[in-house]
Design a protein around this ligand. Sequence first.
Ligand SMILES: Nc1ncnc2c1ncn2[C@@H]1O[C@H](COP(=O)(O)OP(=O)(O)OP(=O)(O)O)[C@@H](O)[C@H]1O
Ligand SMILES: [Mg+2]
Length: 440
Amino acid sequence: MIEMEKTLNLIEHSGDWGSFTTDVSGKLIDVSLDFCEHFSIDKRDWLGVSIHDVIQGSPGQKQKRVIFATLFGYSCLLRVTNKDHQKLYRVILRQEDLDHHEILSFMNAVDGEKMKKKIVKSNRYSFDEIVGESPVITHIKELAARIAASNSTVLLTGESGTGKELFAQAIHGLSTRKNHPFVAVNCAAIPEELFESEVFGYEGGAFSGAKKEGKPGKIELAQHGTLFLDEISELPYQAQGKFLRVLQEREVERLGGTGCKNVDIRIVAATNRDLKTLVQEGKFRQDLFYRLYVFDLKIPSLRQRKEDILPLAYYFIQYFNDRLGRDVKKIDATLQEWLLSQDWPGNVRELKALIERGMNIVDGNVLSMDALYISPSHYTNQLEKEHEPLHSLEEEVRKAEINAIQRALEEADGDRTKAAQKLNIHIASLYRKIAKYKLK
Ligand SMILES: Nc1ncnc2c1ncn2[C@@H]1O[C@H](COP(=O)(O)OP(=O)(O)OP(=O)(O)O)[C@@H](O)[C@H]1O
Ligand SMILES: [Mg+2]
């Protein structure tokens, strides 16, 4: 945003560099006097000349209202207005040494509401929002901030719920790409048969049911921004080869396409599995692994940084105070002790879910053990169950699993990603269980 403000400032303080008009065929029919002066040209030499011989810019910008182009050797920002099949090109900025990146991000910003929304979205998280002052997390935050500035591929590893996605967003938010899209692909959540068309895109008529006009893939949508490959271990094997090409050549070919497009993207990948083992088992391509393993950022589990538990708990209390209209100020001593004694296999996500549950039940402004007990409805279920005849352990486990999955899906309004998070299991594993038990 600062960059954009800077550019806007420059434009406000820029002088008028003049303008010229083209007719329907793109030939110059008028050139203003001040334009001729500023660019040291003679109007008579240029009337009737094609616009393509005047401006050098990318033809893809044609539909835009503000374009970036080179005019007589000068980098310029021009505003284009259509009037009765004629076009008026007004030079709003001429700056020889202006950063191209700045201009491009500004152009994208003024060129569509869509892009503006993405900018806001892409600035959602910063390192300030990653709570934790323990030496381990401080060290990781510092490392992440340092690599954020570079363009290198980052691999975030760590147990489920440690904050990998949060780090990915923060890295993007601190990079020069921050005003461009942050596009997340959850490799586990896209069914294998749709994966390639979703991620690489397709040309019109690439397969039956394809949109006539084709569709850009997530890779193209992340142009100039960051592509976040979440749960990278679940990347289908075939797509791994295609991805390798994207990483090596920085170009992408749509399904059914005949040519490649250059892509300028930064890759941040995340996994809670050990990719090295998957490579050994032949499930993950070694060459891709080495491409991703450029910078490995390991997010420590919550039990490795117990000092962060209470600050996080208080942070989530504040978070839910705001959302649930509560006014909880304190965690009582017994609960504090209990929180510190836990192992937190689901890490920060588990802690957050627990606080959320307590905040829904709590009465008053102290959070204590009472508020954290399982909800009354769950409790009666337990009582009812005690009167049912006991089955084999396998059968009991099966029933309990089905019960938990159904409840999670209900509570998440059918959103499987959220349901998996609630259950603190991998989304792929949720998909497998849904299929196994033939759940709806
Ligand atoms: N240090 C932190 N400060 C504040 N919130 C955090 C922190 N770490 C994690 N969270 C919160 O915990 C939840 C889980 O984090 P996130 O989704 O980033 O985990 P993850 O490592 O991607 O997990 P998974 O491997 O299961 O996908 C999110 O709601 C996130 O906002
Ligand atoms: Mg995640």
